[in-house]
Design a binder for this molecule. Structure first.
Ligand SMILES: *Cc1c(COP(=O)(O)O)cnc(C)c1O
Length: 227
Protein backbone atom coordinates (compact mmCIF):
# COMPACT_ATOMS: atom_id res chain seq x y z
CA UNK A 1 0.00 0.00 0.00
CA UNK A 2 1.12 3.52 -0.76
CA UNK A 3 1.71 5.90 2.10
CA UNK A 4 -0.77 8.69 2.71
CA UNK A 5 0.08 12.28 1.87
CA UNK A 6 0.14 13.00 5.58
CA UNK A 7 2.73 10.27 6.18
CA UNK A 8 4.79 11.38 3.21
CA UNK A 9 4.81 14.97 4.38
CA UNK A 10 5.84 13.94 7.85
CA UNK A 11 8.77 12.08 6.39
CA UNK A 12 9.77 14.96 4.10
CA UNK A 13 9.72 17.38 7.03
CA UNK A 14 11.79 14.96 9.07
CA UNK A 15 14.35 14.74 6.27
CA UNK A 16 14.45 18.53 5.96
CA UNK A 17 15.06 18.77 9.69
CA UNK A 18 17.86 16.20 9.57
CA UNK A 19 19.62 17.95 6.68
CA UNK A 20 19.40 21.23 8.53
CA UNK A 21 20.91 19.70 11.64
CA UNK A 22 23.76 18.30 9.63
CA UNK A 23 24.89 21.77 8.57
CA UNK A 24 23.68 23.86 11.49
CA UNK A 25 20.67 25.44 9.83
CA UNK A 26 17.14 25.94 11.15
CA UNK A 27 14.23 24.13 9.45
CA UNK A 28 12.37 27.46 9.58
CA UNK A 29 14.84 28.78 6.98
CA UNK A 30 13.47 26.31 4.43
CA UNK A 31 10.21 26.96 2.62
CA UNK A 32 8.56 23.75 1.47
CA UNK A 33 6.73 24.11 -1.83
CA UNK A 34 4.53 21.26 -3.02
CA UNK A 35 5.11 20.72 -6.75
CA UNK A 36 1.61 19.87 -7.96
CA UNK A 37 1.81 19.25 -11.72
CA UNK A 38 -0.55 16.41 -12.66
CA UNK A 39 -1.89 16.30 -9.09
CA UNK A 40 -5.67 16.70 -8.89
CA UNK A 41 -7.25 19.33 -6.58
CA UNK A 42 -8.54 16.87 -3.98
CA UNK A 43 -5.05 15.54 -3.36
CA UNK A 44 -3.64 19.06 -3.24
CA UNK A 45 -6.29 19.95 -0.66
CA UNK A 46 -5.21 16.99 1.42
CA UNK A 47 -1.67 18.37 1.44
CA UNK A 48 -3.01 21.81 2.38
CA UNK A 49 -4.78 20.23 5.36
CA UNK A 50 -1.39 18.89 6.43
CA UNK A 51 0.12 22.37 6.40
CA UNK A 52 1.21 23.01 2.80
CA UNK A 53 0.68 26.70 2.07
CA UNK A 54 2.55 27.19 -1.20
CA UNK A 55 2.11 25.13 -4.33
CA UNK A 56 4.22 25.21 -7.46
CA UNK A 57 2.56 24.68 -10.84
CA UNK A 58 4.29 24.22 -14.19
CA UNK A 59 1.59 25.31 -16.59
CA UNK A 60 -0.69 28.32 -16.53
CA UNK A 61 -3.53 26.36 -18.12
CA UNK A 62 -3.37 23.57 -15.57
CA UNK A 63 -3.14 26.04 -12.69
CA UNK A 64 -6.21 27.89 -13.96
CA UNK A 65 -8.18 24.67 -14.21
CA UNK A 66 -7.47 23.90 -10.55
CA UNK A 67 -7.77 27.41 -9.25
CA UNK A 68 -11.50 27.51 -8.55
CA UNK A 69 -11.38 24.46 -6.32
CA UNK A 70 -8.32 25.46 -4.29
CA UNK A 71 -8.04 29.21 -4.59
CA UNK A 72 -7.20 31.25 -1.55
CA UNK A 73 -6.19 28.43 0.76
CA UNK A 74 -2.67 28.52 -0.75
CA UNK A 75 -0.18 30.73 -2.49
CA UNK A 76 0.69 29.85 -6.07
CA UNK A 77 4.18 29.89 -7.54
CA UNK A 78 4.94 29.37 -11.22
CA UNK A 79 7.85 26.95 -11.48
CA UNK A 80 7.64 25.84 -15.12
CA UNK A 81 8.73 27.58 -18.30
CA UNK A 82 6.43 30.54 -18.97
CA UNK A 83 5.52 31.57 -22.49
CA UNK A 84 5.15 35.30 -23.02
CA UNK A 85 1.60 34.89 -24.32
CA UNK A 86 0.60 33.42 -20.94
CA UNK A 87 2.06 36.19 -18.82
CA UNK A 88 -1.15 38.20 -18.50
CA UNK A 89 -2.99 35.25 -16.96
CA UNK A 90 0.03 34.22 -14.93
CA UNK A 91 0.34 37.48 -13.08
CA UNK A 92 -3.31 37.31 -12.03
CA UNK A 93 -2.74 33.93 -10.45
CA UNK A 94 0.79 33.62 -9.20
CA UNK A 95 2.37 35.23 -6.18
CA UNK A 96 5.82 34.48 -7.53
CA UNK A 97 7.25 33.47 -10.90
CA UNK A 98 10.30 31.33 -10.23
CA UNK A 99 11.13 30.69 -13.86
CA UNK A 100 12.21 33.99 -15.40
CA UNK A 101 14.64 32.77 -18.03
CA UNK A 102 14.93 35.49 -20.67
CA UNK A 103 14.94 39.24 -21.06
CA UNK A 104 11.91 38.98 -23.32
CA UNK A 105 9.92 37.26 -20.58
CA UNK A 106 11.10 39.76 -17.96
CA UNK A 107 10.01 42.63 -20.21
CA UNK A 108 6.60 41.09 -20.73
CA UNK A 109 6.12 40.55 -16.98
CA UNK A 110 7.18 44.14 -16.36
CA UNK A 111 4.68 45.42 -18.92
CA UNK A 112 1.76 43.31 -17.74
CA UNK A 113 2.44 43.86 -14.04
CA UNK A 114 2.64 47.58 -14.64
CA UNK A 115 -0.71 47.52 -16.48
CA UNK A 116 -2.24 45.58 -13.60
CA UNK A 117 -0.75 47.93 -11.01
CA UNK A 118 1.21 45.12 -9.39
CA UNK A 119 4.76 44.45 -8.33
CA UNK A 120 5.61 40.82 -8.87
CA UNK A 121 8.16 38.72 -6.99
CA UNK A 122 10.34 36.67 -9.32
CA UNK A 123 13.29 34.34 -9.27
CA UNK A 124 15.75 34.13 -12.11
CA UNK A 125 16.12 30.59 -13.40
CA UNK A 126 19.70 29.56 -14.01
CA UNK A 127 20.82 26.60 -16.08
CA UNK A 128 23.43 25.26 -13.67
CA UNK A 129 23.47 21.81 -15.28
CA UNK A 130 24.38 23.20 -18.71
CA UNK A 131 22.00 20.61 -20.19
CA UNK A 132 20.71 21.90 -23.49
CA UNK A 133 17.18 20.72 -22.85
CA UNK A 134 16.90 22.85 -19.72
CA UNK A 135 15.67 26.41 -19.52
CA UNK A 136 17.47 29.14 -17.65
CA UNK A 137 20.13 31.77 -17.98
CA UNK A 138 23.69 30.78 -18.63
CA UNK A 139 25.65 31.02 -15.40
CA UNK A 140 28.09 33.55 -16.81
CA UNK A 141 25.30 35.83 -18.04
CA UNK A 142 23.26 35.84 -14.88
CA UNK A 143 24.72 38.77 -12.94
CA UNK A 144 24.55 41.00 -15.99
CA UNK A 145 20.94 39.95 -16.49
CA UNK A 146 20.17 40.77 -12.86
CA UNK A 147 21.63 44.24 -13.20
CA UNK A 148 19.48 44.82 -16.22
CA UNK A 149 16.15 43.73 -14.81
CA UNK A 150 16.78 45.42 -11.50
CA UNK A 151 15.64 48.65 -13.09
CA UNK A 152 12.21 47.17 -13.89
CA UNK A 153 9.85 48.86 -11.45
CA UNK A 154 7.17 46.18 -11.37
CA UNK A 155 9.46 43.23 -10.80
CA UNK A 156 11.12 42.38 -7.51
CA UNK A 157 13.97 39.91 -7.95
CA UNK A 158 14.07 37.72 -4.87
CA UNK A 159 16.70 35.21 -5.89
CA UNK A 160 17.56 32.28 -8.13
CA UNK A 161 15.97 29.00 -9.08
CA UNK A 162 17.62 25.99 -10.65
CA UNK A 163 16.93 22.41 -11.61
CA UNK A 164 20.00 20.26 -11.12
CA UNK A 165 21.27 17.63 -13.51
CA UNK A 166 19.07 14.62 -14.00
CA UNK A 167 20.61 11.70 -12.14
CA UNK A 168 19.63 9.16 -9.50
CA UNK A 169 22.72 10.13 -7.49
CA UNK A 170 22.15 13.27 -5.40
CA UNK A 171 25.85 13.86 -4.81
CA UNK A 172 26.27 14.44 -8.55
CA UNK A 173 23.89 17.39 -8.30
CA UNK A 174 25.91 19.14 -5.60
CA UNK A 175 28.07 21.13 -8.07
CA UNK A 176 24.90 22.62 -9.60
CA UNK A 177 23.74 23.81 -6.21
CA UNK A 178 27.18 25.16 -5.36
CA UNK A 179 27.10 27.12 -8.60
CA UNK A 180 23.82 28.76 -7.63
CA UNK A 181 25.10 29.56 -4.17
CA UNK A 182 28.24 31.14 -5.64
CA UNK A 183 26.12 33.21 -8.01
CA UNK A 184 24.22 34.63 -5.06
CA UNK A 185 27.54 35.65 -3.55
CA UNK A 186 28.62 37.21 -6.89
CA UNK A 187 25.37 39.16 -7.02
CA UNK A 188 25.88 40.38 -3.49
CA UNK A 189 29.39 41.48 -4.33
CA UNK A 190 27.85 43.46 -7.17
CA UNK A 191 25.56 45.12 -4.62
CA UNK A 192 22.43 43.06 -5.26
CA UNK A 193 21.02 41.39 -2.15
CA UNK A 194 18.98 38.25 -2.79
CA UNK A 195 16.87 36.32 -0.33
CA UNK A 196 16.13 33.03 -2.01
CA UNK A 197 17.79 30.03 -3.57
CA UNK A 198 15.05 27.75 -4.88
CA UNK A 199 16.79 24.43 -5.36
CA UNK A 200 16.13 20.82 -4.45
CA UNK A 201 13.49 18.34 -5.60
CA UNK A 202 12.47 14.89 -4.30
CA UNK A 203 15.69 13.23 -5.37
CA UNK A 204 18.16 15.88 -4.25
CA UNK A 205 16.65 18.28 -1.70
CA UNK A 206 18.89 17.15 1.15
CA UNK A 207 22.04 18.07 -0.76
CA UNK A 208 20.37 21.33 -1.79
CA UNK A 209 19.69 22.24 1.84
CA UNK A 210 23.30 21.50 2.73
CA UNK A 211 24.30 23.92 -0.04
CA UNK A 212 22.08 26.74 1.19
CA UNK A 213 18.67 26.21 -0.40
CA UNK A 214 15.87 28.32 1.06
CA UNK A 215 13.06 26.82 -1.04
CA UNK A 216 12.63 23.17 -1.92
CA UNK A 217 10.08 22.12 -4.56
CA UNK A 218 8.86 18.63 -3.84
CA UNK A 219 6.35 16.57 -5.79
CA UNK A 220 6.97 12.84 -5.89
CA UNK A 221 7.99 12.47 -2.24
CA UNK A 222 4.69 14.04 -1.18
CA UNK A 223 2.18 12.78 -3.74
CA UNK A 224 3.84 9.62 -5.04
CA UNK A 225 4.88 8.88 -8.61
CA UNK A 226 3.23 10.95 -11.33
CA UNK A 227 1.41 9.30 -14.24
C1 LIG B 1 8.18 18.54 -11.11
C2 LIG B 1 9.04 19.60 -10.58
C3 LIG B 1 9.54 19.57 -9.28
C4 LIG B 1 9.30 18.41 -8.32
O1 LIG B 1 9.86 17.23 -8.79
P1 LIG B 1 9.85 15.88 -7.93
O2 LIG B 1 11.01 15.14 -8.41
O3 LIG B 1 8.54 15.22 -8.24
O4 LIG B 1 9.94 16.27 -6.50
C5 LIG B 1 10.31 20.63 -8.85
N1 LIG B 1 10.61 21.68 -9.65
C6 LIG B 1 10.15 21.74 -10.91
C7 LIG B 1 10.49 22.93 -11.74
C8 LIG B 1 9.36 20.71 -11.42
O5 LIG B 1 8.93 20.79 -12.68
Amino acid sequence: MDNTIEENLKEVRERIKNSCEKVGREPAEITLIAATKNVPPDRIKEAVKCGINIIGENRVQEALSKYESIKESVKWHMIGHLQTNKVKKAIELFEMIQSVDSIRLAEEIQKRASNAGKVLDVLVEVNTSKEETKYGLKVEETVKFLKRIRSFDNIRVKGFMTIGIFTPYPEQVRPCFKTLRNLKRDAEEAGIELKHLSMGMSSDFEVAIEEGSSMVRIGTSIFGKRD
